[in-house]
Design a protein around this ligand. Structure first.
Ligand code: COI
Length: 352
């Protein structure tokens, strides 16, 4: 792999005590082009500017997908990635649906490992901080005929981050707009799934919420995801989460948390949950906790659920189940407890 090192690191300009999500990009990035029907040699180069014409296909038709994953600096100094192969598999699932050629595993994994080795000083050491990794792939032919692109570009950029939300979140049950429809691309991390969510989300923000809880596109009867997170409820001592469909993103954090909950012996049901059931549980005080699960958001407690102009307060206990789960996950990520699932992938590099 060709590696071009930056001549001027920007690391010294970064205030690690103030890390707005995804704003500070690390020094290097991975770039790999797909041309003439084949992936070319990947290269690592200084983070920089895109060089394409205004006919760039992805800008016109949104044939583009991304991933979100994290690397940690463990307590023993090791640099470790959380379930990178799961994100790799999901990126290729998105790619398949969007007619983007499959990305070879060695391009993804070797590129990522080399990138983390070079930019390991960018991995924050503070609690609840990590290096957010953003692999993405986009259609990079320069034509505007409405058909799939011939050329593609795969990149990985990284950014040191702290907690995504500042405290607990307020969510509104969305009754008008939809994030995804059956047969569509809701289960992928297509760029357009996020672009389409900004308008409804901004309306919710205007009303004093942070995010929406998406409901099914047909009847707005069943709850699906919350913003960019999967949703978990604790009702009467039982964890509840909607089952995966082709409208819901199969979160790696969701899957990990489900495993942790099951292994604690706590009751969990993965089943359709109606808005009515959720509102009733909240009204009757049976909704003990609610939280979002995601790579960026990790475990984000929900303190308010809004429905039809009515707000329901949800307890956000400091030593409740959501925080227990967050600790179980954090302990594995930081190497404080045994990783009996094999989720962490340490890089074979010496710590700096
Ligand atoms: C992630 O958790 O990685 C996401 O996809 C959220 C991101 C859109 C900020």
């Amino acid at each position: 792999m060709k590696v071009e090192m930056t001549q001027q690191s920007r690391l010294k300009d970064i205030d690690f005590n103030n890390l707005p999500f995804g704003k500070n990009m690390s020094d290097h990035m991975l770039v790999c082009h797909f041309k003439n029907g084949a992936w070319q040699e990947p290269e690592i180069r200084p983070y920089g500017q895109l060089e394409f014409s205004y006919g760039l296909h992805a800008l016109h038709y949104g044939q583009s997908a991304f991933e979100g994953m994290k690397a940690y600096r463990k307590d023993n100094g090791a640099v470790s990635m959380f379930r990178p192969l799961d994100n790799f598999a999901r990126l290729n699932k998105s790619a398949e649906r969007l007619m983007i050629p499959q990305i070879p595993e060695h391009v993804f994994m070797e590129g990522l490992s080399k990138l983390l080795e070079l930019d390991q000083a960018w991995i924050p050491k503070t609690e609840d901080h990590s290096l957010y990794i953003r692999p993405f792939v986009f259609a990079s032919s320069e034509f505007i005929a409405a058909r799939q692109s011939d050329d593609y570009t795969f990149c990985i950029i990284t950014s040191p981050v702290g907690p995504y939300y500042n405290g607990s979140v307020k969510v509104k049950i969305e009754q008008e707009f939809s994030r995804a429809a059956s047969g569509g691309i809701g289960y992928t991390k297509a760029a357009g799934n996020y672009g389409g969510a900004f308008y409804p989300t901004s309306k919710a923000i205007e009303e004093g919420y942070n995010q929406v809880i998406w409901t099914d596109h047909k009847e707005h009867k069943y709850i699906e995801e919350s913003g960019t997170m999967n949703l978990m409820l604790l009702v009467d001592g039982v964890f509840l989460t909607p089952p995966l469909t082709d409208r819901i993103l199969a979160g790696v954090t969701r899957r990990s948390i489900i495993q942790l909950i099951k292994d604690q012996g706590w009751p969990l049901e993965e089943r359709p949950i109606t808005v009515e059931e959720l509102v009733m549980a909240a009204r009757e005080g049976k909704l003990q906790e609610a939280f979002g699960m995601g790579t960026a958001a990790v475990v984000s407690q929900i303190d308010t659920i809004g429905y039809n102009g009515e707000n329901f307060s949800i307890p956000v206990p400091e030593n409740g189940k959501a925080m227990d789960i967050k600790k179980l996950l954090t302990d594995i990520r930081m190497g404080r407890s045994e990783d009996c699932y094999g989720w962490m992938m340490d890089l074979p590099i010496s710590s700096k």
